[in-house]
Design a protein around this ligand. Sequence first.
Ligand code: SAM
Length: 360
Amino acid sequence: MAPNDPSLSPAPTPETDPERLERAILSRLLGWQTMRGEVTFPCIPALAERYAQQVQGLARTLGQPFDAAALARLQALMAQRLEEGYGASPYSQLLVRYQTVPGPEPQLSWKVETVVVSSAQQARHFLRYRPPEVHDRYPDAKVEAIAATLGDPANAPILDVGAGPGRNAIALARRGHPVVAIEPNEAMAQQLRTMVERSGQSVQILERNILDGEFDLARDRYAAILLTGVVPYFDQVDQLRLLFQKLAPALRPGGLLLFDAFVGTGGWVPTRLVREWGRVTDAYPLAAAELEAAIAGLPLVLVSDEDALAYERDRLSPEARQARPWFDRWASGSRLFQLPRDRVPPMSLRWRVYERSRDR
Ligand SMILES: C[S@@+](CC[C@H](N)C(=O)[O-])C[C@H]1O[C@@H](n2cnc3c(N)ncnc32)[C@H](O)[C@@H]1O
């Protein structure tokens, strides 16, 4: 007779302990429950491990935690999907779905997908949430100040690159400047056309990506070129350099280039997480050395470098400030970082003005 013959084992004991019986019922209960849900995360590849831990927390709450091997597989899959999503568009979402699978051994099934949200879709969402008729009625104080230095407006054409809904372009046209507005995002460009039409002003609108190699700008033409809120869309120094390389010759000698950029304080260099999050929120911060590298050697001479938040706060009318609460939130960096009151972000939004050098 085999030594482990079941007929030799002691008879199993009936379990009567109420707590153990309850646990035994709970492990069967999953098959009788319906659990279904989804969680979305912004596609930030640097957060793959943290997101996987969050999903594990949820799985624990649902009574079905992942074992170590399954958790490692989940994290690898999430990392891959996050890279794919972020690569396709910084507005993409990671969608994690779960649901109970009925059967004799009930369990939860998990699905991890990427939902690509294009720039145009993001812009449509943005325009609904922040209607330009309400929030984009006022130009930047710095833009007005620059325009006031350009002499006769009729002889001072201005190029507004990344014009968005056109608050600056329209204000400049109203002052009498010939204005060309470039806006590649179809939803924004549509809004720009509507806003220009309603204003009764004349603005030439070009629905182009400024970096498009087949799109040339007239040389020596503009008295000023504006890039307001645009540099924080550029997350590659070489692309930023291409941008400045293209704009510099389009300025007249002595013409002004105005842009705002989030620049690291002191020698601060953003981490990978800060960079990815900055790109997702259209507030990409540059290390000071990166901005200098993007401009070095071009015929552009620095005229001024000011704190943009303080500049606008000190000069905008109370109505203008009230109409654009988004500006303080964005410019202060608090959209990126929720810090205690006694701390500030390691970067600030700068207004930079450069003059096209006069020697040709
Ligand atoms: C935050 S909005 C600013 C709009 C406007 N300049 C303002 O200050 O209200 C930034 C705009 O830059 C545009 N943009 C981003 N990349 C661009 C590119 N490569 N060429 C032209 N415009 C671009 C976006 O489509 C977006 O409308």
